[in-house]
Design a protein around this ligand. Structure first.
Ligand code: PEP
Ligand code: MG
Length: 551
């Protein structure tokens, strides 16, 4: 048996094959070393594989999503054999002695440009299809596995670290758990694992070598232990823990449909954090009473160019409509720091966590902000949407955000596009500055939501991404809890509600403190809703004290 120790960041015991994530190299080289005939053959093979994939996708869609999407994939399959497109690729291979990748990429760009320049809006929209088709051919030429995992069976995914944009592309149905050499409890892999309700371990360092790829392992997301081929005694203990976990799950099931209320009648709204519309099923399965944080940046991270207003509108509308009148708080984009997007062409910063990120980008780039706000307000006609701004430090920022909202509402009004003019506006309290001026900020907005991940980082001057800060990164630090109290008092003084959407909100040990502070809402990963409800329903709010705030 081999035991590797890391840090448990998402609870649970799982067993499976360790699979090391291969970072795809998508560099396109022009000159071919193989010659035109071999490149043409490679192209023909990629065509066959792509067409097979598209037929399979169309079949799957026919069963799950309906005919319209299925037809789209069939059309893509037909285009791969389109005479003009194929001729364009083959000519380039022949005339420029280039690789099939280079020829496909070039043909894709040419055809996409041609469609985009057409007058007809329908034909213009086909440019995106051409890019998608070329991307598929390129992936197949370069051996890039869609979803990142070349295994039929679900696996325990191992990696050095995973960037937010990488986790987005992963085929989640193939993942039993995560183990990473780097990362921290606040990394997006950890957040994703908690959303999915699967175990995750980070910070194993080099002890978790690639040589373990393919070996059978057990991971314990509570203790942070990775057992490779465990001995009989360890196996028995792990199995017992696994069974206990299932028992608890059954117990939590009984919490579904019950009210989020203490024994003495104090209601706390238990909402969910999500990263994409894909997470909606987890919200519904876990009986979340709303969405307290929809990290909208997924739309930007998963794209190769700025998502359009329509693309964003469709995503926000889908979430708002699916929640059927329950509150859906959508946070405007929080790019920067660990969430980098190439097409934003941000300058390299020495200290990106304190650089141009989140609301600072939006206020510096009004067009990007306007597009997102228009999509958000349009979606507000389809559910109870609320808009939330991240990384606020000053009152003037909020005023500027509100002016941008007013402008967008006036535009939509004049265009006759429906929206909810009473859409709630809130801000994240995640900087010490916002805590100090919380009284003034509270007068400007409808709610506060405390981002304890960043609030801890900035209050304690501890990088949330670093995994070697150990006990110095302490979200239970009295300074963080006192900040929470200041924000809660300011909110209540101004008559607005306050929630917590950082990871601390799911900590059952702090529930009495939150009740003593009068926190009105906790937004947590979907799988934490039912355990928290169980805890809440056993609590007596009046007896809760602020003991944790003592130094
Ligand atoms: C936070 O900072 O606590 C938060 C919820 O936002 P994010 O983790 O996306 O920065
Ligand atoms: Mg944050």
């Amino acid at each position: 048996m081999i035991l590797i120790q890391g840090k448990g960041v998402s609870k649970g015991v799982e067993q499976g094959t360790l699979y090391f994530y291969e970072r795809p190299d998508s560099t396109i080289i022009k000159g071919s070393k193989l010659g035109p005939e071999a490149e043409k053959e490679r192209f023909a093979n990629a065509q066959t594989v792509s067409i097979d994939q598209l037929h399979a996708l169309a079949e799957k869609c026919l069963e799950e999503a309906g005919e319209e999407t299925a037809i789209l994939f069939e059309t893509h399959a037909m285009f791969i054999e389109d005479d003009d497109y194929v001729e364009c690729v083959l000519n380039a291979i022949e005339e420029e002695s280039c690789t099939a990748e280079y020829a496909v990429n070039q043909a894709g760009e040419q055809f996409a440009e041609m469609f985009a320049s057409m007058d007809d809006a329908y034909m213009q929209a086909r440019a995106a299809d051409i890019k998608d088709i070329s991307r598929r051919l390129l992936d197949n030429l370069m051996g890039i596995v869609p979803g990142g995992i070349a295994s039929e069976e679900p696996v325990i995914l191992a990696a050095d670290d995973l960037a937010p944009s990488e986790t987005l592309q992963l085929d989640k149905s193939k993942i039993l758990g995560f183990v990473t050499q780097e990362g921290s409890g606040n990394s997006h892999t950890a957040i994703l694992a908690r959303t999915m309700g699967i175990p995750a371990i980070c910070g194993t360092g080099s002890a978790l070598g690639r040589s373990y790829h393919g070996r059978q392992a057990y991971i314990d997301g509570e203790t942070g232990e990775v057992f490779i081929e465990p001995d009989a005694l360890t196996l028995a203990a792990l199995k017992e823990k696994h069974d206990k976990q299932l028992e608890m799950k059954q117990l939590y099931e009984t919490m579904k449909g019950l009210e989020d209320v203490t024994l003495d009648g104090k209601n706390v709204m238990l909402y969910c954090n999500i990263g994409s519309p894909e997470d909606l099923s987890a919200v519904i399965n876990n009986d979340g009473q709303g969405i307290g944080l929809f990290r909208s940046e997924f739309l930007y991270l998963g794209a190769s160019d700025y998502p359009t207003e329509d693309e964003q509108f469709e995503a926000y509308k889908a979430v708002a409509a699916a929640m059927k009148g329950k509150r859906v708080i959508i946070r405007t984009l929080d790019i920067g720091a660990d969430k980098q997007v190439d097409y934003f062409e941000m300058k390299k910063e020495e200290n990106p966590a304190m650089g141009v990120r989140a609301i600072r980008i939006c206020l510096n780039r009004p067009e990007v902000f306007r597009t997102q706000l228009r999509a958000l307000y349009r979606a507000s006609a389809y559910g109870k949407v609320a808009i939330m701004f991240p990384m606020i430090t000053s009152v003037w920022e909020v005023k500027e955000c509100k002016r941008a909202c007013q402008k967008v509402m006036a535009e939509l009004e004049s265009e006759g596009i429906p929206f909810n003019k009473d859409t709630e506006i809130g801000i994240m309290i995640e900087t010490p500055a916002s805590v100090f001026v919380a009284d003034a900020l509270a007068k400007e907005v409808d709610f506060f939501s405390v981002g304890t991940n960043d609030l801890t980082q900035y209050t304690l001057a501890c990088d949330r991404q670093a995994n070697d800060l150990g006990k110095f990164f302490d979200p239970h630090h009295p300074a963080v809890l006192r900040a929470l109290k200041m924000a809660a008092d300011a909110a209540h003084e101004a008559g607005i509600w306050i929630g917590i959407c950082g990871e601390l909100g799911a900590d059952p040990d702090l529930l009495p403190t939150f009740l003593a502070l009068g926190i009105d809402e906790l937004s947590v990963s979907p799988t934490s809703v039912l355990p928290l409800r169980a805890e809440l329903r056993k609590s007596i709010a009046k007896t809760c004290t602020l003991e944790m705030l003592d130094c």
